[in-house]
Design a protein around this ligand. Structure first.
Ligand code: SAH
Length: 354
């Protein structure tokens, strides 16, 4: 898939890299130097690694592929400084990432796959299906490229862009370990959120990793019937199974889960929905994040009215839940998730590649 079958050096953990280099007759400390260049100094190629001999750099270039993302478009919000990036991967595929500036630091929302096969009906990222999984390096690269562009440290990462992260489980796990590794960017696990449409076996598997990340579940409906209307994955796993998986996750990790709930006008925003949502969230002590649905032109879902959103929030609070409404960042540059990539692909009239 990458670099004519060469091994992807930026997806190797430090112990793996040490093993590789010592097997090739190099000293172990060279691995640490290389790792630092890739994951701390964010070098864009072997050529920049000036404290390594030219010979070693050339040898690495022959054996390994080196992923690097090219920003082909950057849109910046005049309102709040939010930046939307469109990157080209080395095989020509496109991915989107978003930088949001908060008082507590810079947060980056990354994609985990090129496209998605989950088919959520309100989501633009899934309209063309899944192209391929992203490598650990390609997930890291989105953060590295943004940090290089802004010159500012990224302190929070949310895996909420295009793709279903738990559908790319193994690569996600390596990515999470490398992102939070003290030898790399060393982002605190507590500052990392992974959002899933609810793949029950993978949630249970993730629970065993005992990470301190936040798991966000895209719930969006409180009955199986309503959920099936919005999300095909609801045909696979019932809400009851999902809640059991959430309980298990909480028990194993001690981390409270966030429920994401996109409010769709006339579909899931009644007082009854709020009551049912509270009945699911409260026993697990979940935080509820309400997202006014971002309409996409391919579907006719509409946002709930402002008053309805506030009433919905008030009801949840009255029942004793911890609730936030997702702040709309970068309203002036924002299409729904995945729309920048989609628009660009359509404009250049190709499939999903450039
Ligand atoms: N596949 C993962 C992560 C990607 S989507 C997941 O399903 O959680 C990140 C969040 O944005 C999810 O809660 C998703 O349901 C929501 N989302 C996607 N498209 C949206 C839209 N048009 N309006 C509002 N929320 C949307």
């Amino acid at each position: 898939m990458q670099g004519e079958g060469k091994k992807d050096i930026k997806s190797m953990t430090l112990p793996q890299l040490e093993e590789e280099l010592t097997a090739a007759g190099e000293k172990a400390f060279r691995a640490k130097q290389l790792y630092q260049w890739m994951h701390v100094k964010l070098a864009r190629g072997f050529g920049e690694m000036t404290n390594l001999s030219k010979e070693l750099r050339e040898k690495c270039g022959e054996i390994y592929s080196y992923t690097c993302l090219e920003p082909i478009q950057i849109q910046e919000s005049a309102i709040d400084g939010t930046k939307k990036y469109l990157f080209r991967l080395s095989d020509g595929n496109l991915v989107e990432s978003v930088l949001m500036k908060y008082h507590h630091g810079n947060s980056v929302c990354i994609s985990s796959q090129v496209g998605c096969r989950m088919g959520c009906r309100f989501c633009a990222s899934t309209l063309d299906g899944l192209e391929r999984n992203l490598l650990p390096s390609e997930m890291l690269d989105q953060i590295y490229a943004i940090q290089l562009d802004t010159g500012e440290r990224v302190s929070n990462v949310v895996v909420m862009g295009t793709g279903e992260p738990l559908d790319n489980y193994d690569n996600l796990l390596v990515f999470l370990k490398m992102l939070t590794d003290e030898n790399g960017l060393h982002i605190s696990q507590r500052n990392v959120t992974v959002s899933t449409c609810g793949l029950v076996p993978q949630i249970e598997r993730l629970a065993e990793e005992k990470l301190q990340i936040t798991l966000a579940l895209s719930l969006h409906a409180t009955t199986d019937e309503k959920r099936r209307h919005l999300m095909p994955i609801a045909d696979r796993y019932s809400i009851r199974e999902l809640m059991e998986a959430c309980r298990y996750y909480f028990e194993r990790t001690g981390r409270r889960i966030t429920f994401e709930y996109s409010l769709v006008g006339g579909i899931n925003d009644t007082d009854r929905d709020a009551e049912e949502l509270s009945a699911l969230a409260k026993p697990l002590g979940c935080h509820v994040n309400l997202i006014p649905v971002n309409p996409i032109k391919e579907r006719n879902f509409v946002q709930s009215e402002g008053v309805r959103i506030r009433t919905f929030q008030n009801l949840l609070e009255k029942y004793g839940n911890n609730v936030t409404i997702r702040r709309e960042m970068g309203r002036d540059i924002d299409g729904a998730c995945g729309q920048l990539r989609r628009r660009t692909m359509q404009a250049i009239g190709t499939g999903s590649t450039l």
